[in-house]
Design a protein around this ligand. Structure first.
Ligand code: TTP
Length: 198
């Protein structure tokens, strides 16, 4: 059976992959996350997920029989791709742009075994309640927005802003569990492998 590597520094992705019971090893895969001119949001997250998976694969000492998983999450509002905020002003601008309305969260996953690289993109819609500048400022000082696309975490304190979700909760957190399990299965890594029948 192929062995799985996760090309990610994200603790959320590690937790979500652990949740489905597949053994894996983390590899680092830092890539340039700058969007290309006129690149669509879907093309952007898919390119980054693929880039992370391929960079992770290239970094392996023993690539034979290895599969590498990469993922990327972005928040989209008014056609703009929101990544992680660079500072407080950036985070506040993002949170105010998301306040009182719906936005899209795109997460792409990519899996490669060195021969082929398959990607899939999952779209979810999240509706925020109204947020005051004071709330956004207090939220920034909680430390949570810093390393999150769109400047919030649905799995944390940011949940107080979430009035509705249409789509995949795990995809918003950073790794669509259902689609990931299906992709792993295609590459000969079933997520049921460690379950014992009682
Ligand atoms: C919208 C949202 C994003 N996020 C996180 C998921 C991702 O970790 C991060 C988006 O940045 P990414 O660039 O997708 O990932 P990353 O840099 O954290 O990790 P990697 O090494 O795999 O590239 O935002 C949440 O944790 N909760 C949320 O509700």
């Amino acid at each position: 059976m192929n062995s799985l590597y996760l090309a990610s520094g994200s603790p959320r992705r590690r937790e979500l992959l652990t949740q489905i019971g597949v053994p894996f090893t983390v590899v680092s895969a830092a890539i340039d996350e700058t969007p290309l001119t006129n690149e669509s949001a879907v093309a952007y997250v898919e390119r980054l997920a693929r880039g992370k998976a391929l960079a992770g694969f290239a970094a392996l000492d023993h690539p034979l029989g290895a599969c590498v998983l990469g993922a990327d999450t972005a928040v989209i509002v008014d056609g703009q791709i929101l990544g992680k905020p660079v500072d407080q002003a950036d985070a506040l601008a993002m949170l105010m742009a998301l306040s009182g309305r719906e936005h899209e969260v795109l997460t792409a996953i990519a899996l490669t075994d060195g021969q082929r690289c398959e990607t899939q993109c999952v779209s979810s819609r999240v509706r925020f309640c109204g947020i005051t500048v004071e709330q956004a400022t207090a939220y920034w000082h909680s430390g949570e927005p810093q390393d999150k696309a769109g400047g919030y975490a649905i799995q944390g304190l940011g949940s107080v802003f979430v009035a509705g979700l249409n789509g995949s909760y795990s995809a918003v957190v950073g790794l669509p569990v259902c689609e990931t399990a299906q992709l792993l299965d295609q590459f000969g890594i079933p997520c049921w492998q460690n379950l014992t029948v009682r």
